[in-house]
Design a protein around this ligand. Structure first.
Ligand code: URA
Length: 229
């Protein structure tokens, strides 16, 4: 990795500040000042800034139990964002792998790795997202086949991709979808004349929301969870 990139991934440096620090002679490799921002840093190198050793943060993957009234955005003037809930270095490097509505609770995956999040959010990758849904009107078993066949959403061409509905009781169900259209679950129920009154994401692919996480809490994903995507 280039020396300027290494600095950016290790601390609060922007690329411009990293270049300036390198030019000023404050950065050393194994005790020797390096003024070339393009210098290739190898695993064996010890890089210091003003005498302090730097270690790159690397790619990060985490899960958050999103509470209601928080927004899945990086900045918002009105409401706290899910990123605000993370007491973490370099939060600006993170992005949300599949957003939830302000009133939806549950599993949100957050990462620095764009290819990893693409595998979650791209409808072509068929990554299932399972929601616990509470509805206003009683559920009918016929809805299982309707959602399996797909429904037409307002202002959209075609049908939704096959979705699996498991009815828990008259007002509660689990729904697994592989797309992430705007307000998709709420619009699917609206399309069949019902109304979602509460929505909670339970899992994404085989990653389940950790039952030990209270609303607003987060943890890093395990290696197994990262690799499962
Ligand atoms: N579908 C919705 O309608 N809302 C969400 O937050 C997620 C899926």
């Amino acid at each position: 990795m280039r020396l300027d990139k290494y600095l950016c991934e290790s601390s609060y440096f922007t690329r411009a500040l990293a270049k300036k620090a390198i030019k000023s002679g404050a950065v050393t490799c194994d005790g020797v000042i390096v003024k070339d921002a393009g210098f290739k840093v190898l695993d064996k190198h010890k890089i210091c800034y003003d005498g302090d050793e730097l270690n790159p943060v690397g790619e990060r993957f985490l899960m958050l139990n999103k509470p209601a009234d928080t927004v899945c955005a990086t900045i918002d003037d009105m409401h706290p964002t899910v990123i605000d809930l993370l007491d973490i270095e370099k939060p600006e490097a993170l992005h949300i792998a599949g957003r939830l509505d302000i009133d939806t609770t549950g599993l949100v995956l957050i990462t620095t790795d764009g290819q990893w999040s693409h595998r979650i959010t791209s409808p072509k990758k068929d990554c299932g997202k399972t929601y616990l849904v509470t509805v206003a009107d009683p559920l009918d078993d016929a809805l299982i086949a309707t959602f399996e066949q797909g429904v037409a959403l307002r202002n959209e061409d075609g049908l939704t991709k096959p979705a699996q509905l498991e009815i828990i009781d008259s007002y509660h169900a689990k729904l697994t979808i592989t797309e992430g259209k705007y307000h998709q679950v709420k619009r699917m129920f609206a399309a069949v004349g019902n109304k979602v009154v509460a929505l909670h994401r339970h899992s994404v692919g085989s990653i389940e929301l950790d039952a030990d996480l209270e609303p607003g809490e987060w943890r890093y994903l395990t290696e197994e969870e990262i690799q499962s995507v």
